[in-house]
Design a protein around this ligand. Structure first.
Ligand code: ADP
Ligand code: ADP
Length: 238
């Protein structure tokens, strides 16, 4: 479902070159929860940002659901439309939720649907359905500031699902949450994976997160994947 081939990313910063990704081959199968784990600076964020097209790779390819995103990322208006289309197939959840504080919970979830040009009535129906799915139907009219961290992340997840993505990317989605809330959010991701057949790619600096929800995982260090396999396989290696 997600494949990267020899993916590299070199940043140029104040005359210095920083190799954030150094030949990453990733293979995430449809319907699995896949974790990429590593310390700060390992290249995890860069990797996930290349998969959701926020970042242009320096070389290599990224394929999501059979579509070569690197080919799409070429410039020009046609490429732009194709890129936006491809993005709706990829949902993203963030460490700090990235909700708009001036909009209600429901309006936050509706935002991607607005961008997709979905009618107001249909947007409302879909947003309420998604809020129900994440257990927050009763907070539709609340504002983000009135919610707990875990509730905010549930809104973030509902919003990520608005475009009916096949793939959900999670960038340290539980790092800002306490252990109990972390467990409930990881359980929600697991449930969505099972109920919707959603493929989940998550990045984390915590092996416990990988143990709790992932089927497979890769260890990342210095822009490279040093080991990968099923979670039982990885835990068995000394
Ligand atoms: P994380 O907690 O994911 O490791 P960082 O604090 O490393 O986040 O990065 C936050 C943002 O700053 C990201 O958008 C990242 O791309 C950018 N960033 C990280 N390191 C640098 C750097 N050396 N120069 C410029 N931008 C950077
Ligand atoms: P992680 O998510 O594992 O913490 P990142 O992908 O954020 O790792 O960073 C990998 C490396 O790339 C780090 O050395 C970081 O400082 C650097 N980096 C990340 N984003 C930028 C950026 N926008 N400009 C320059 N360097 C960056």
């Amino acid at each position: 479902m997600i494949t990267t081939k020899d993916l590299t990313k070199v940043y140029r910063s104040r005359g210095r070159e920083i190799t954030a990704l150094d030949g990453v081959d990733l293979h995430v199968r449809e319907g699995e929860v896949y974790g990429v784990v590593g310390r700060s600076g390992a290249g995890k964020s860069t990797l996930i940002r290349c998969v959701n097209l926020l970042e242009r790779p320096s070389s290599g390819t990224v394929t999501v659901d059979g579509q070569d995103l690197t080919a799409l990322a070429g410039r020009g208006p046609r490429a732009g439309a194709a890129l936006r289309q491809a993005r709706t197939r990829i949902g993203m959840v963030f460490q700090h939720f990235n909700l708009l504080s001036s909009r209600t919970v429901q309006d936050n979830v509706e935002l991607p649907l607005e961008i997709l040009g979905v009618s107001g009535r249909e947007r409302g129906r879909k947003a309420l359905e998604l809020l129900d799915l994440v257990g927050l139907a009763d907070r539709a009219r609340a504002y983000p500031a009135q919610l707990s961290g875990g509730q905010k992340q549930r809104v973030g997840i509902a919003r990520a699902l608005a475009g009916d993505p096949k793939v959900l990317l999670s960038d340290e989605a539980t790092s800002a949450l306490d252990p109990e809330t972390t467990r409930s959010i990881l359980q929600l991701l697991r449930d969505l994976n099972r109920q919707l057949g959603l493929t989940v790619l998550l990045i984390t600096h915590e092996m416990d997160v990988v143990k709790a929800v992932c089927d497979s995982a890769a260890l990342m260090k210095g822009g490279r994947i040093t080991e990968s396999g099923t979670v039982p396989e990885l835990l068995a290696t000394p």
